[in-house]
Design a protein around this ligand. Structure first.
Ligand SMILES: [Zn+2]
Length: 109
């Protein structure tokens, strides 16, 4: 497989992982069971994918609830975001935290 093909395969894998965790988290949420851990894994896969694409910083896209909005627009390095696992926010007032990671376009290398 060419270098480029291998890259695409890795990207696909990471994206699938993100979607798989997300769907599993949704199912748990619908059943009223704890889903935050799987939602966090989904967000982790997303951060890893952004790092692979060449970004080094991300920012929180809030608009979820009052508590979550305190982090809205805050920037973190991807390493920091992966270490602290900010999303989903543990004190989110919604059942399902819709906060997401956006990329800091200036951090593209
Ligand atoms: Zn939230």
């Amino acid at each position: 497989m060419s270098e480029r093909g291998l890259d695409a395969a890795k990207r696909g894998h990471c994206h699938k992982l993100q979607m798989t965790y997300w769907v599993m988290a949704c199912l748990l949420y619908e059943e009223g069971r704890p889903h935050q851990q799987l939602q966090a894994e989904s967000n982790k896969a997303r951060l890893q994918e952004l790092a692979r694409q060449g970004f080094s910083r991300v920012l929180v896209l809030g608009g979820c609830c009052e508590t979550c909005d305190k982090l809205n627009g805050k920037k973190f390095t991807i390493a920091e975001a992966l270490e602290k696992m900010f999303l989903p926010q543990s004190k989110c007032q919604r059942g399902w935290c819709v906060c997401d990671w956006g990329v800091d376009l200036n951090s593209f290398r």
